[in-house]
Write a protein that binds this ligand. Structure first.
Ligand SMILES: [Zn+2]
Length: 146
């Protein structure tokens, strides 16, 4: 068990509507090894921790808004020298929960759709997906290892 563990499932729209203007903050930590469908490259670092900080609120247009960030420190393999490299991943989140294509299409550009077909999502699945999307395809030492 980690201190400040995240809820396993959340109802994003409910949380946004419950916030009473100020919004509802959810922050905590989840182990990389608890994420579903973890990439093969990341399975060798089960102790890595993802720090999550999110605010659920309604924006001025009355849309549900989830803002925040994910942060984690990973060991990736440099695609140039094939040695390990430390990689700090920081992902900015700005999404609005949707349950249909029409809803997603109607979102203003500042939001990415967060797919919540049944009113509830698994934190682990969502975070895994965000990490997959944000990982560099060919990480390399910076400025250069050669
Ligand atoms: Zn390198």
């Amino acid at each position: 068990m980690l201190p400040n563990e995240l809820p396993s499932h959340i109802q994003p729209e409910k949380l946004c509507r419950k916030g009473d203007g100020a919004g509802i903050a959810i922050s905590g930590q989840i182990k990389l090894s608890n994420l579903k469908g973890l990439l093969k490259d990341l399975r060798n670092q089960p102790n890595a921790i993802v720090k999550v900080s999110l605010l659920f609120s309604m924006d001025e247009e009355g849309l549900c808004c989830v803002k925040g960030e994910l942060q984690t420190d990973l060991q990736l393999i440099c695609q140039r020298c094939l040695q390990a490299m430390a990689y700090h991943l920081q992902i900015a989140i700005q999404v609005s929960p949707v349950s249909s294509d029409q809803q997603a299409a109607a979102l203003p550009h500042r939001y990415e759709p967060l797919w919540v077909p049944m009113g509830e999502i698994s934190m682990a699945e969502w975070i895994a997906e965000e990490i997959h999307l944000a990982l560099p395809l060919a990480p390399c030492h910076e400025p250069s290892c050669e």
